[in-house]
Design a protein around this ligand. Sequence first.
Ligand code: 5RP
Length: 232
Amino acid sequence: MNAESLKRAAAERAAALVANGMRLGLGTGSTAAHFVAALGERVRGGLNVVGVPTSEATRGQAEREGIRLTTLDETPELDLTVDGADEIDGSLRLIKGGGGALLREKIVAAASRRMVVIADGSKRVERLGRFPLPIEVVPFGLEATRRAIARALDRNGSRGDLRLRSAANGGPFATDGGHFILDAHLGRIDAPEALAAALATIPGVVEHGLFLGLATGAILATDDGLIEVGAV
Ligand code: 5RP
């Protein structure tokens, strides 16, 4: 199967987890888009759910699919979030934010009783960090924040380039919240919890792509079939 068929298979399995009346978090990215499409089909078949989108892109797709949307202000507690990931390790720790939606994705995941990750099997890793870690920062004070992050990485034993993410027009990529992203090319992250704690103390850092203790289950699609990890 090609990557798109694998992503669709994981997404369709996740769509089958959705029950009538559920309050859902709707992830962002190409795998999550397959989930939103599969959910839309079920909604058109009579399923009654409400969803909180994790990005403007997902909002647009969900509206086109006819999925009823809400906000975390109206619906602060969600039953289930389904989202993709850039990396997932054996303890359900994730790197997310390759699509730039990490801030809303983390807020939505944290508001959910369950978070099920959907991905093709290539996202499964022994150790996090080969995928560059996205760190969302406010544009004000960018260089000072970049240096503070570099020092924190250094203290954590995680050395690597910090690259400002670019948009297609060559300027800095801006998130839905108007922030920039520094991608930390670390190669490996030996102590994700310590790194997450260090990044969280830096003024100017809005959020980072380490999702620790948030995912409750995962559906990984491989050529040999679906692998379920944790509680799905
Ligand atoms: C967006 C994300 C995505 O979930 C992640 O990048 C995976 O995307 P894809 O399913 O397209 O591989 O974190 O911010």
